[in-house]
Design a protein around this ligand. Structure first.
Ligand SMILES: Nc1nc(=O)c2c([nH]1)NC[C@@H]1CN(c3ccc(C(=O)N[C@@H](CCC(=O)O)C(=O)O)cc3)C=[N+]21
Length: 294
């Protein structure tokens, strides 16, 4: 049976470490880190994620700036907001919750975020630096960083291992493969056009599942003893739940946990760590800013 990696517990440990550092910064500089969380429209999932981020800020002593814009906001008004946050000295991190409404060009908006405040790591220049050998972006994207942190805190070494990433999205699959590559894994990306994904996944010592397909990866696809990090957060109907749905990962946990060496659950795996890495990035951004102005 696999060791189940308790993302919630690891996240809690790191959050206490961050809270401690926030206290120290506030004593030293008389200032606290600030995170602006921008949400456009009222998608239920986005509101729930944004709520978690703002709540976590409050718990750690990070000041959150809540910007809620209507679905119909124009691209230029959203960009104006971003510019205001860029020059606000109390804001050290800016997060624009994705996805944005269709009439807004996401890449254009993300490109306007000041590089030093890009705590999501989604600015094209930060992504570019992530892709370059011997270069580092100012911020690592939160979910891929969460995956690596969960592996290293579980004692899973990456160097020289065969890693397979399932999914090639800009926010998870692609940057996760780049991070694994930087950590000296041999990396393969499996995606929707890959023929026979299972035979490739079965070779992997490390699997990062980020396809957004509920329970797509079966137990028989997993190499015995592999480390399986499940990024999937898929809502499936469940009439037995008060909400009417439950969350499942991209991995069939029941089956895979009998074969894997390590596995993350959904919920309670990567999700809480993603939010924690955002807070960590905000702390780093604030530290750099305080030190520079001191
Ligand atoms: N600019 C931007 N940055 C993001 O980081 C970003 C985003 N946009 N858009 C959407 C995705 C999704 N995402 C999650 C965060 C936390 C959980 C999380 O904490 N999930 C809990 C369960 C939550 C629940 O019960 O509903 C868990 O897995 O245990 C999941 C998913 C961040 N994203």
């Amino acid at each position: 049976m696999a060791t189940v990696i308790d993302g919630k517990a690891v996240a809690q440990t790191i959050r206490s470490e961050i809270a401690e550092e926030v206290r120290a910064l506030s004593q030293k500089y008389g200032k606290v880190p600030g995170l602006a969380v921008v949400i456009v429209g009222n998608r239920k999932d986005s509101q729930s994620y944004v709520g978690m981020k703002r709540k976590a800020c409050a718990e750690l002593g990070i000041k959150s700036f809540d910007i809620d814009l209507p679905e119909q906001v124009s691209e230029s008004d959203l960009i104006k907001q971003v510019h205001q946050l860029n020059v606000n000295p109390d804001v050290h991190g800016i997060l624009v919750q994705l996805p944005l409404p269709k009439h807004i060009n996401e890449e254009k908006v993300l490109s306007e975020i000041s590089l030093g405040k890009d705590v999501d790591g989604f600015h094209p220049l930060n992504i570019g630096k992530l892709a370059m050998k011997d270069r580092d972006p100012l911020f690592l994207p939160c979910t891929p960083k969460a995956c690596i942190e969960l592996l290293s805190r579980s004692g899973v070494s990456i160097k020289g291992k065969k890693a397979v990433v399932v999914g090639r999205s800009n926010i998870v699959g692609l940057p996760a493969s780049l991070l694994l590559l930087k950590a000296d894994a041999t990396v393969t990306i499996v995606h929707s056009r890959t023929t026979q994904p299972e035979s490739i996944i079965r070779e992997a010592d490390i699997v990062i599942a980020a396809a957004g397909q509920p329970m797509m990866i079966k137990g028989s696809w997993i190499k015995p003893g592999a480390a399986v990090i499940d990024v999937g957060t898929n809502a499936v109907d469940d009439p037995t739940k008060k909400s009417g749905y439950r969350l499942v990962g991209d991995v069939d946990f029941e089956e895979a946990s009998k074969v894997a060496g390590w596995i993350t659950p959904v919920p309670g795996g990567v999700g809480p760590m993603t939010v924690t890495m955002l807070l960590h990035n905000t702390l780093e951004g604030a530290k750099r800013c305080f030190e520079k102005n001191h």
